[in-house]
Design a protein around this ligand. Structure first.
Ligand code: SF4
Length: 213
């Protein structure tokens, strides 16, 4: 089986295992996902979902959050960690959306990358989840799993993993595939020394099955 064939087989099996692939950050509007994604750095999605409920209640629009006192944003988002820099990024990002994009989130990858606090991972997430465009989101689960599975060989740098996956994963499958990697990474292919290979639907085709990684 070639690496390309294995990738398609893995995509197919994970689809059956996790039919409802979706982002675990709660959001109804694109700008809210942008805020949540920034807060999710080094924080759990569950905690972010709780914190943003209070933030969006107080500041229910891009304009309101752009006009908010940055210290007040910091006070609210502090439970997510890195409150100082996250609050500043969120404030600057909302101001840019208000001033340059009429309060809308741009559906252009390079424009997203120019927003304060938005890196490739976040920009890809927005492109895939909000706009339904091709996306590869290389978070910590994705990087760990595709290395274990042997879809990339010892590559840890997120952008390099992303570029390698663009060559293997059909564009329309990328976004959901990455969500499923997160689900599989949380439940089965965990970050512990020995993942639960004995319970894994990929154990017969995974390069690292049962091998200490
Ligand atoms: S077989 Fe093991 S290492 Fe491979 S994806 Fe499954 S849990 Fe992870």
């Amino acid at each position: 089986m070639t690496k390309e064939q294995r990738t398609l087989e893995i995509i197919d099996r994970l689809k059956k295992e996790y039919p409802d692939a979706k982002c675990t950050l709660d959001y109804k509007e694109a700008w809210k996902l942008l805020v949540s994604v920034r807060l999710a750095a080094q924080c759990t999605d569950a905690r972010v979902n709780v914190v943003v409920a209070g933030l969006f209640e107080k500041y229910p629009s891009v304009e309101a959050l752009a006009a908010a006192d940055v210290e007040e944003i910091e006070r609210i988002v502090k439970p997510c960690g890195l409150g100082h820099s996250k609050a500043r990024d969120i404030s600057a990002c909302m101001k840019m959306l208000r001033d340059e994009y009429g309060g809308q989130v741009p559906d252009d990858f390079n424009a997203l990358l120019k927003l304060p606090g938005v890196g490739r991972k976040s920009a890809n997430l927005i492109m895939g989840d909000v706009f339904g465009k091709p996306a590869i989101v290389t978070d910590t689960h994705c990087i760990r799993l595709v290395n274990r599975m042997g879809l990339v060989d010892g590559i840890k740098e997120p952008k390099k993993v992303e570029m390698a996956l663009w060559k293997l994963v059909p564009p329309e499958e990328g976004s959901d595939f990455c969500h499923r990697l997160v689900m599989h990474g949380r439940e089965i292919c965990t970050a512990r020394t020995h993942p639960y290979c004995e319970r894994c639907c990929l154990s017969d085709i995974c390069m690292k099955a049962g091998v200490e990684t």
